[in-house]
Design a protein around this ligand. Structure first.
Ligand SMILES: NC(=O)C1=CN([C@@H]2O[C@H](COP(=O)(O)OP(=O)(O)OC[C@H]3O[C@@H](n4cnc5c(N)ncnc54)[C@H](O)[C@@H]3O)[C@@H](O)[C@H]2O)C=CC1
Ligand SMILES: O=C(O)C(=O)Cc1ccc(O)cc1
Length: 283
């Protein structure tokens, strides 16, 4: 996410120089070789020194320690953002870590990404035509919320604002639950004695359903734990829906089963991925 942001900012002509830091030196080396960053910093603190915009792209559970590592060099005009998939925990971490620098922080979540993590998959067009959710705090400086909106808009995003708890409730349903189900479903098939044989026969429906089961384990462990309450609400709703379909099958209730399939089929047929009406021209 961080690498894609750097490439997109460069492509949009919005940055003079990108300084990168990762706790893994091979990541910054790859980023430099790919032209994602211009300079590798020796620490997170040195990376933010003299920067106008700071983007944190780490697992959500690493937010607090990362903010603590950089807070001394965040001055009041710096636009500080994250890209974490959960917002309640990130905002709590920022409150604990940032102290008087809290007004510089604009929590952000681009609804764009891939199942493949790592800077080697960085993509300058990742954010084009996507939504980004900002969850500013009451303390956040309005000028910085505007600057964040301008930055993401210039990368081709539609910017929405909402409260962290509303964000987490929605994304538990449409992102965190499907990732959990993809992991659970893939394991359920693969762990059977004949699992390997079954997998070798699978077609595109299986491929599409399980694509996100290839997503990064550390990133997703942190997301599922961070949004525990909302996620468990959604697993319960899913269980009820699955139970109803199972019962119809068990009873041979063809019309009940068809009605449930029809409802999903028609709903999914009408659903479209949200995107801005007119994405900006790419350079
Ligand atoms: N991959 C996706 O599709 C999306 C991911 N996100 C969010 O973006 C953030 C970054 O994810 P990706 O870029 O996909 O992952 P990534 O694996 O490509 O990048 C994560 C970076 O964090 C570093 N890191 C790992 N553990 C750390 C720790 N304990 N302390 C400091 N740094 C650490 C890694 O070295 C790596 O450079 C996550 O918070 C995720 O929830 C948001 C939207 C989409
Ligand atoms: O790979 C996919 O289709 C995704 O769902 C990408 C994604 C992953 C995590 C997010 O917080 C937002 C988007």
């Amino acid at each position: 996410m961080g690498g894609s942001f750097a490439l997109a900012m460069k492509k949009a002509g919005l940055v003079r120089r990108v300084v990168g830091y990762s706790k893994s030196p091979s990541t910054t080396e790859t980023a430099r070789r790919m032209g994602v960053i211009d300079l590798a910093a020796e620490s997170a603190l040195l990376a933010v020194s003299g920067s106008d915009i700071v983007l944190l792209a780490v697992p959500v559970a690493a937010t607090e320690s990362t903010l603590k590592a950089i807070r001394h060099l965040i001055h009041s005009d710096v636009l500080l953002m994250d890209v974490g998939s959960t917002k309640g925990d990130v905002v709590d971490a920022a409150r604990r870590a940032l102290g008087k620098q809290l007004p510089t922080f604009v929590p952000a979540h681009p609804i764009a990404g891939k199942e493949s993590a790592g800077v080697q998959h960085a993509d300058a067009n990742l954010y084009q035509g996507r939504q980004v959710i900002l969850t500013p705090l009451e303390q956040t400086r309005p000028e910085l919320v505007q600057r964040a909106t301008d930055v993401w808009s210039a990368l081709g995003c539609q910017v929405l604002k909402m409260a962290p708890h509303n964000h987490d409730a929605a994304f538990a349903a449409v992102s965190h639950l499907p990732h959990l189900l993809a992991y659970a479903y893939f394991n359920a098939v693969a762990r059977q004695p004949s699992g390997r044989d079954f997998l070798s026969l699978a077609g595109s429906g299986f491929r599409d359903f399980t694509r996100i089961a290839a997503s990064d384990p550390t990133i997703w462990r942190d997301i599922l734990i961070a949004n525990k309450q909302e996620l468990l609400t959604q697993t319960q709703k899913f269980r009820e829906s699955l139970d109803a379909m199972e019962q119809a099958i068990q009873k041979g209730d063809t019309s009940g089963l068809e009605a449930m399939i029809r409802q999903a089929s028609e709903g999914r047929g009408q659903w479209q991925l949200s995107s801005p009406p007119t994405p900006p021209k790419s350079k």
